[in-house]
Unconditional design. Structure first.
Length: 174
């Protein structure tokens, strides 16, 4: 699918980062996916699940894009996080149901298809459209959402890489 030329470098960079994240976790088993930097911090599977789920939240709930089934795939029946509503919970919030590398890779691929479809359809003007938000302190545009997700994934990808590296495993191939 052709991408609006002004978005092409961002799309390419984001796609490369996704390949690196998925390459780092593809062969991890349950014990490795359960690694975390500290007992009170999220594990690798939780961080990666949070990354994919955030894509569905921002594109579906905020921008109104995509099939509701993509958003619904991240819904859980119960949360292990005290005080967190099911409406705001995602895969990462049910520690009793750790996700496998295959599930995470599928979630990344499904959400990437949604992102690619949108970036292939949006024009340069669409990127600056203001999107109504519940928060009065922030003006949200499609461009802001794209940037926010890229910075979010760079941050969390770095965390995954750090956890892997401190446990003697290869991190993201940067």
């Amino acid at each position: 699918m052709p991408i609006t030329p002004v978005l092409q470098p961002f799309f390419d960079g984001w796609a490369t980062h996704q390949r690196r994240v998925l390459g780092a976790i593809a062969d991890l088993g349950p014990e490795q996916l359960a690694l975390r930097p500290a007992p009170d911090q999220m594990s690798i599977w939780q961080i990666a699940s949070h990354m994919a789920g955030s894509r569905s939240y921002w594109f579906h709930d905020v921008l109104g894009e995509g099939d509701p089934a993509i958003r619904d795939m991240f819904r859980i029946e119960r949360t292990t996080v005290p005080g967190l509503s099911l409406e705001n919970a995602g895969w990462e919030d049910d520690e009793d149901h750790p996700r496998t590398a295959a599930e995470i890779i599928d979630a990344f691929n499904v959400t990437w298809e949604l992102i690619a479809e949108c970036l292939g359809r949006w024009t340069a003007d669409d990127i600056t459209d203001v999107i109504p938000q519940r928060r009065a302190d922030r003006t949200t545009t499609r461009g802001w959402v794209i940037w926010h997700l890229m910075e979010h994934e760079a941050h969390h990808g770095g965390a995954i890489s750090l956890i892997l590296g401190t446990n003697g495993l290869p991190g993201l191939d940067l």
